[in-house]
Design a binder for this molecule. Structure first.
Ligand SMILES: Nc1nc2c(ncn2[C@@H]2O[C@H](COP(=O)(O)OP(=O)(O)OP(=O)(O)O)[C@@H](O)[C@H]2O)c(=O)[nH]1
Length: 344
């Protein structure tokens, strides 16, 4: 009988390290001679993470929304198409950091009714520094979303441990155990974990497979804190009325800026340093007028990083800013004021 294609879901809050883990997993699968395929979901209108994935890897993109609301139907279609067209040995789904993984898990389960898929693991990557800071306050929507993402996981990676001290690490391990008593926890920097243990730890996989059965699934849903009844904050109003349930990420919004010309690198870094606290993730591709080449920039929880890049395909200079209730118009004006005339 035809083998089911194993599926891995990567979850974790914005900027926690999902793409970093994705790259490691892809390298590990390919080293074993396997053909992985990827489904990437971004809140912004462009897939910048796709620039970090080898162009040889078949990739389906779900852009401009979150899998778990307006484009959940698309997830099923994309999965089915990937299996039929590419016949991959394994599929990795990278969710937006704002997604509730329970909805993606349901999406994969639905698809597995008509395409042979086997949900193997739901891996949640946790930004140690970000969670520790929110833990001090013990409230807020982002804190609750992180909690849901951690609860649903079959494997947990406590990433960015370079940004916290030993005391915080102990506290975080305790917290993860409290929220999810079953998933093995691996501490990591740059998601550098032993992938053999991670990908072939069968116990957690079994639990997830069982979760595809309705009763276990119901139980799983309950333990994920996926409470129904509150109004949905999805942008799509039809969707909103169709399934009136609670999405804890409804507070998250994205602004995509297409640059009309190069910007000054010093001024741009200053803008990143001065971003409001409510903008917790940004990324983009830029041309600077004071240094040659193009750069992929990353900003995650107040840390920024620039990498020289030769974009695959035609990519305009663009930046995506993700956060809570920030002023998009103010952001647009600030970014536009940095633009200079294109260099000929
Ligand atoms: N200091 C530190 N930075 C890290 C670590 N792991 C990843 N990063 C950096 O954090 C930034 C975000 O990492 P990504 O892997 O893109 O995070 P992500 O979860 O895919 O982000 P979204 O897709 O936007 O949700 C990048 O600049 C990474 O280089 C780590 O362990 N420590």
């Amino acid at each position: 009988m035809e083998q089911a294609v194993p599926v891995y879901i990567l979850s974790g809050f914005l900027g926690s390290g999902k793409t970093t883990l994705l790259q490691r997993m892809l390298a590990a699968f390919r080293a074993e001679g396997k053909r992985p395929a990827v489904v990437m979901n971004e809140l912004g209108e462009v897939n910048l993470d796709g620039q970090l994935v080898d162009s040889q890897v078949p990739t389906a993109e779900l852009l401009g929304g979150c899998i778990c609301c307006s484009i959940r139907g698309d997830l099923s279609l994309q999965l089915a198409e990937l299996v039929q067209k590419e016949a991959p040995d394994v599929i990795i789904i990278e969710a937006t950091g704002a997604a509730n993984p329970m909805d993606i898990l349901e999406g994969v389960s639905e698809t597995s009714l008509y395409v042979r898929l086997e949900l193997r693991e739901l891996i949640t990557v946790v930004d140690a520094a970000h969670l520790y800071d929110l833990y001090q306050e013990q409230r807020g929507k982002t804190y609750r979303l992180m909690q849901e993402q951690i609860r649903c996981a079959s494997l947990l990676i406590l990433n960015k441990t370079d940004r916290v001290g030993e005391e915080a690490r102990d506290k975080l391990n305790e917290l993860l155990r409290k929220w999810n008593a079953y998933a093995p926890v691996s501490e990591a920097v740059q998601c550098d974990v032993s992938l053999e243990n991670l990908l072939y730890a069968d116990t957690a996989g079994t639990e997830l497979k069982e979760a595809q059965g309705s009763e276990a699934h119901h139980h799983h849903a309950k333990s994920c804190g996926h409470d129904h009844g509150e109004a949905c904050g999805c942008s799509d109003s039809q969707e909103q009325t169709r399934h009136e349930h609670h999405h804890s990420h409804a507070h998250v919004m994205a602004y995509t800026h297409y640059f009309a010309g190069p910007v000054n690198s010093v001024e741009f870094e200053k803008l990143l340093r001065e971003l409001p606290r409510d903008v917790y993730r940004a990324k983009g591709i830029l041309t600077f007028n004071d240094t040659s080449g193009r750069f992929l920039f990353q900003y995650a929880y107040r840390e920024s990083d620039f990498m020289k890049i030769n974009p695959q395909g035609e990519v305009q200079d663009v930046a995506v800013f993700i956060g809570e209730h920030f002023d998009k118009e103010e952001m647009r004006q600030r970014l536009s004021s940095l633009e200079t005339s294109p260099v000929n």
